[in-house]
Design a protein around this ligand. Structure first.
Ligand code: PAF
Length: 281
């Protein structure tokens, strides 16, 4: 695995692969790799001839400077975690490779970015859409792999790719969970053992709520009960707990729609998000 830090070095490699008729898969990350990321890397290695994993802690998607400052930076251990995989390039660009002096473009997606995390983290999805567009162009990827824990992010990126004709297939991969049900996230590193234990109530509450909704209980009642349950387990405040349609992320109470239940909740100063399928496509 080569470590590449400039887009011109990267271009040198991708041009050769393209000339040989090889496909390229990319796994965009901000580092602090865990099993969730590694499941994306494994999917990429199965699907594409060449695989690039990117590491860039994107300042534009942090609306809270403290969150950006606290974000773990673990390039060396990340590179070691990629060793067992057939990764061709670990692309770790300097900030100027992504945002050169004078950079003034912002990619902003309406609709799917508006609710959920978009409502609570102003500017976050503009930052994601802008950096992912740059990474897809720089890596010349045919496929890009994203975890469905961040399902809204997946739908935002799908919209950008379709609207801007980027010609890259966005592959959503299932959320990887700890045995307790807690969705893997780099933010979990900031939780102590007791908080991690409490956080396992999130998935349990979502799966109970899904069972109640599919059994025909009124969605608003189920959501109220689920909020109470989360608070009783010491979680909160809750930024949102909502049932939304999969394809456009519009709010719904109609359980015939393919839909997911989404939550964002705070625990010991850490904001945790998760979602589960209530009705599959
Ligand atoms: O999910 C992430 O880690 C980031 O939002 C991404 C997709 C790498 C863009 O910075």
């Amino acid at each position: 695995m080569k470590i590449v830090r400039t887009k011109s070095d990267l271009r040198g490699l991708t041009r050769g692969w393209r000339a040989a008729g090889e496909t390229i898969g990319v796994v965009p990350t901000m580092g602090a790799l865990h099993e969730g990321h590694l499941s994306l890397v494994s999917a990429a290695c199965e699907q594409a001839d060449r695989v690039i994993v990117t590491l860039f802690v994107n300042p534009k998607q942090f609306n809270n400077p403290e969150d950006l400052a606290k974000y773990p930076r673990t390039e060396e251990s990340d590179a070691r975690k990629l060793d067992p995989f057939d990764v061709d390039v670990f692309y770790v660009p300097e900030a100027t490779e992504i945002y050169p002096e004078g950079f003034a473009t912002n990619i902003s997606v309406n609709g799917v970015s508006d609710g959920l995390c978009g409502a609570n983290r102003p500017g976050h999805f503009d930052g994601v859409a802008t950096v992912v567009t740059k990474l897809l162009v720089q890596t010349d990827a045919d496929f890009a792999f994203f975890g469905e824990k961040d399902f809204q992010q997946v739908q935002v990126v799908r919209r950008v790719v379709e609207d801007l004709d980027l010609g890259c297939e966005i592959v959503g991969c299932p959320t990887v969970r700890e045995a307790s049900g807690l969705a893997l996230s780099s933010r979990n590193l900031r939780l102590d053992d007791a908080a991690r234990q409490k956080a396992s109530a999130i998935y349990a509450a979502l799966t109970d709520a899904t069972a109640m909704i599919t059994a025909g209980q009124q969605v608003s009642n189920v959501l109220d009960q689920t909020r109470d349950k989360l608070v009783k387990h010491g979680l909160g405040p809750i930024d949102y707990l909502e049932l939304r349609r999969e394809h456009d992320l519009a709010l719904t109470e109609d359980t015939r729609d393919p839909a997911r239940l989404f939550v964002a909740v705070w625990l010991d100063g850490v904001r945790l998000i998760d979602n589960v399928i209530v009705r599959d496509t």
